[in-house]
Every structure is written in structure tokens, then in C-alpha cells.
Write a protein that binds this ligand. Structure first.
Ligand SMILES: [Zn+2]
Length: 56
């Protein structure tokens, strides 16, 4: 049995961490944020549903 160094990656660390992205509401031009792991967001200002363009 080998002792492993403590430098192993934590289990909670993923290669693609969610990050907020800036969006502008097409309806009311409000500044919004959408997380990179979300595909749609509701505008806090006017309630419009904005779909994020997901590159495929
Ligand atoms: Zn809006």
C-alpha cells in the first residue's frame, strides 16, 4: 500500500465549472447573467425567457 500525496484533485473539481455569462435581454435590454451550465434564463426585469445559443 502506498501513501498518496495530498495533492490529488478534489472530487468537487470539474473540468467545466459553471461561470456566469453576461446577456442582454432582447425585450427590455436589461443586463442579465446566465450560468454556463444553464440553457435559458428568465429576465428579472420583464420576465422574458431568453434561450442561450449552445454551440454544438
Ligand atoms: Zn427583459
Amino acid at each position: 500500500m502506498r501513501d498518496r500525496p495530498l495533492e490529488e484533485k478534489p472530487a468537487c473539481s470539474t473540468t467545466s465549472m459553471p461561470a456566469p455569462e453576461a446577456l442582454t435581454c432582447p425585450e427590455c435590454k436589461a443586463d442579465l447573467e446566465i450560468w454556463s451550465d444553464e440553457s435559458e434564463v428568465s429576465c428579472e426585469n420583464c420576465g422574458a425567457l431568453i434561450l442561450k445559443n449552445i454551440p454544438s
